[in-house]
Write a protein that binds this ligand. Structure first.
Ligand code: ATP
Ligand code: ATP
Ligand code: MG
Ligand code: MG
Length: 264
């Protein structure tokens, strides 16, 4: 394309290439899902099918982007871990976050129509996701990042389970339930569930308590640090073909990571 005298405006554009050789995490989160979930009548505290929509959307995104080595999600959020040597979009932050936000949003829309044919989406209340990117300098921080998200899932789910039990089975108003729970510790919530409603929190579904882990199970990953172009292509093909497993397991303890050294 011939240069025009207008082309100088390009000089105003700024790129933010993310630090090389670090782990990139892209986290998408639903916009206003408190209202979204009320509008579409999600079962409270957990609508299993709505979580399936999230999980299918994440699985599709991960299938399309082989650089994602694992993902973790709960509620209306999903975190995608890109491998350290990932060079997707030359690691340009704007490209990465806008692409993941829109890829996740369109996949969510698609899977919603598949799983909720009886609930067409209203034009006035379409699902939307934002995305942020954070780089982590070593694998210990990456493990701590995912532990943080899973701990958050646990805290929220214990609270929500107790809150909605008090409302649905204890006939409290939402305000009364909130007051009842203010200042309580985890042990107190477990006790309310057990002694007043005969619910053992440990027996709640794993997907609700632990969230969902998607992991690309790679057999025989390339060991060397510096790969030739051919080796890189082979590696990428292997990643593309690798099975993606869906788990609802503990990722705070070391076992999960020790069993999968190729994530590092
Ligand atoms: P923001 O736009 O700032 O993210 P938000 O309303 O989406 O606002 P979040 O903190 O992201 O706030 O919380 C998401 C809300 O969506 C939760 O409070 C929860 O009530 C609801 N939600 C998401 N998924 C489900 C689900 N599967 N079942 C029931 N409720 C859900
Ligand atoms: P990138 O992902 O880097 O943006 P791209 O393939 O989208 O790659 P663009 O520079 O954005 O590249 O170019 C968009 C291309 O889409 C154009 O080359 C044009 O051929 C095609 N295109 C877009 N809209 C139309 C249209 N309405 N009719 C025909 N072709 C179109
Ligand atoms: Mg949200
Ligand atoms: Mg959220």
């Amino acid at each position: 394309m011939a240069n025009s005298r207008f082309e100088y405006v390009k000089l105003f554009e700024r790129e933010n290439p993310l630090l090389p050789d670090t782990y990139i995490v892209l986290r998408v989160d639903g916009k206003g899902f408190h209202k979204f979930s009320a509008h579409y009548g999600f079962e409270k505290p957990n609508d299993a099918k709505a979580l399936d929509v999230m999980n299918q959307a994440a699985l599709s995104v991960m299938t399309k982007y082989p650089d994602v080595s694992m993902a973790y999600g709960d509620s209306d959020e999903y975190s995608f871990l890109l491998r350290k040597s990932c060079d997707l979009y030359e690691r340009r932050e704007m490209k990465l976050i806008t692409t993941f936000a829109s890829a996740f949003t369109t996949e969510y829309y698609y899977w919603w129509t598949q799983l909720f044919p009886e609930k067409p989406l209203d034009h006035e209340r379409l699902p939307q996701f934002d995305c942020r990117a954070v780089v982590y300098p070593n694998f210990q921080v990456v493990k701590d990042y995912f532990s943080w998200r899973q701990a958050d899932c646990h805290i929220n789910n214990l609270y929500n389970t107790t809150f909605w039990t008090l409302v649905q089975k204890g006939n409290l108003t939402p305000q009364q339930a909130e007051q009842r729970l203010s200042g309580t510790l985890a042990a107190d919530k477990n006790e309310i569930l057990f002694s007043e409603f005969g619910i053992n929190y440990n027996n709640e579904p794993e997907m609700y308590k632990k969230g969902t882990v998607l992991v690309r199970e790679i057999t025989e990953p390339e060991k060397q640090e510096q790969l030739s172009d051919r080796q890189k292509q082979r590696e990428q093909k292997k990643r593309r073909k690798a099975e993606i497993k869906t788990l609802h397991c503990d990722i705070i303890k070391d076992d999960f990571w020790q069993q999968r050294p190729y994530l590092e």
